[in-house]
Design a protein around this ligand. Structure first.
Ligand code: NDP
Length: 471
């Protein structure tokens, strides 16, 4: 799993830097692989390859582009078990969830992008104009480590379906599965230069992509802080920037909701992928009168979680991705307690029976108020906070009381009442009573959670420029 080459212009290519970045397995703290630390010169080479390939790819019929994407989806599915194990080892995702979400959703995104891309009406008459939607050109994509394949799929599959060419920089923490995906893309036979991979450090490769004058669209998923840096780097060229950023999403439990049914599901949702999910519902907003009941149910559900080796099928909570992330999450827990939050279960202490690996106890904090950092700062670990309200207006105010607006949930015995509350929540996706997953539903943020939408028709349109021809 030591990768020595970047993928540029349809070939595995030596980086100009010759330095490698180690990949550490969070469960064992051992090096399991490495990837080249690319340079701005590598970015130049990749961008020019993508530029040369653009006209041909944009002129390829949408149904032919879709056929390539389906071949990639087939390849992901064929190599599913291997990819899931790879992601479990580089990210720490429990293996069962890795198979279903990390790999299954990535394949589904390629398939859905193919369907959406081949059936989209690229030309529409709006008398006296003809509206033509066409690809931007070269898309620079920067992705995070938490869902390494799925985040790449959300960008690359849709950008390619729309007729753009792509230069991708994956996270330095979890590039191995992306190298495997690139092998699958290579085998699918996409024309040279249509898809390019330049691994490396964000401040070097990501920065070069964001600032590059020949990148027409920069699509970024990651933290809000880095999203702002990337926007500043891109501003000099006035390129379009799509931002998919952090979250601090609320689950609002209305007074008529069934606590014993809802709370275990809410805890499980908060701790998906070890709490490292951008849209994780990490704040439980509950009626004050139900506080003790909710605390007891949350303590039971979190305390019962099986923490340990993510490769074991029974594991529900694995390690965090890195030592830095583990330490940051523990500091958050301690700071919250210092600011007056009540520890219901878990805490910042190490787990005695897991001496190796970046584990954090599944933690629930209560009596959390808007004055505390844990109420509005993204923690990105297995930490659920409980906030109390006295009436529905206050529930909505609390739900909206963060700089973020990525996702939310509302639980109620009365779906109409839940929908009325959902309408008042500032978030890009709101699920009611557990909702169903929709791979075509647009995903993206309000406020500082971002400015774009991924997946489905809107996810395709994100990568299309509009031209009005007056007839
Ligand atoms: P980061 O913001 O740290 O990194 C994201 C990507 O940006 C990485 O590839 C990183 O490179 C790169 N990067 C870092 N610095 C720069 C820079 N100066 N210029 C250009 N690129 C740079 O996020 P994480 O990887 O830690 O991911 C977690 C975050 O992502 C959370 O905030 C989470 O909420 C968010 N996220 C949002 C999603 C959404 O759809 N809204 C989905 C998934 C995650 P490298 O790390 O390799 O150095």
């Amino acid at each position: 799993m030591h990768h020595r080459h970047l993928y540029i212009d349809g070939a595995w290519t030596t980086s100009t830097s010759r330095t490698d970045i180690d990949v550490i397995e969070p469960a064992t703290e051992k090096v399991i692989g490495s990837a080249p630390g690319g340079t701005p010169e590598d970015v130049d080479t990749a961008v020019y390859a993508a530029r040369r390939a653009f006209t041909g790819w944009a002129g390829t019929p949408a149904r032919h582009r879709a056929a390539y994407l389906r071949t990639v989806a087939d390849g992901i599915e064929r190599r599913g078990p291997e990819l899931a194990e790879l992601i479990t080892r580089e990210v720490g995702t429990p293996i069962g969830f890795a198979r279903m979400a990390q790999v299954g959703l990535a394949a589904l995104a390629f398939r859905t992008a193919a369907e959406v891309g081949e059936s989209y009406p690229y030309e529409q008459h709006q008398a006296p104009s003809l509206l033509i939607r066409e690809p931007f050109g070269v898309v620079g994509a920067i992705t995070p480590w938490n869902y390494p394949l799925y985040q790449v799929a959300a960008k690359a599959a849709y950008a390619l379906a729309a007729g753009n060419t792509v230069v991708l920089k994956p996270s330095e923490l979890a590039p191995l599965s992306v190298f495997a995906l690139t092998g699958i893309i290579d085998e699918a036979g996409l024309p040279a230069g249509v898809f390019n991979l330049v691994s490396g450090v964000g401040a070097v490769v990501g920065q070069a992509l964001a600032a590059h004058p020949d990148v027409d669209f920069l699509s970024f998923t990651g933290s809000t802080e880095v999203g702002k840096t990337v926007s500043r780097a891109a501003a000099g060229t006035v390129k379009r920037v799509g931002l998919e950023l952090g979250g601090k999403s609320p689950a609002v439990l209305l007074p008529d909701a069934e606590v014993s049914e809802v709370v275990p599901r809410a805890v499980a949702a908060a701790f998906l992928n070890n709490g490292q999910t951008c849209c994780a519902l990490t704040r439980l907003v509950v009626p004050r009168a139900r506080k003790e009941e909710v605390e007891r149910a949350a303590a039971r559900a979190a305390g019962a979680m099986r923490v340990g080796d993510p490769l074991l099928p029974a594991t529900q909570l694995g390690p965090l991705v890195s030592a830095g992330q583990r330490d940051r999450v523990r500091r958050h827990i301690q700071r919250a307690q210092g600011q007056g939050a009540t520890l219901i279960t878990g805490g910042a202490e190490p787990l005695q029976d897991l001496p190796h690996g970046y584990y954090v106890r599944p933690t629930v904090l209560s009596d959390v108020t808007t004055a505390m950092d844990a109420q509005h700062e993204e923690i990105f670990g297995p930490v659920l906070v409980i906030e109390c309200y006295d009436d529905e207006d206050e529930a909505v105010t609390l739900a909206n009381a963060t700089p973020y607006g990525l996702a939310a949930a509302v639980w109620s015995a009365d779906p109409d009442r839940a929908l009325a509350v959902a309408r008042r929540i500032q978030a890009g996706q709101v699920e009611i009573n557990g909702g169903g997953f929709n791979p075509r539903a647009p995903f993206g943020g309000y406020k500082q959670s971002g400015n774009g939408r991924e997946h489905g028709v809107l996810g395709l349109e994100e990568f299309l420029e509009v031209k009005a021809v007056q007839l």
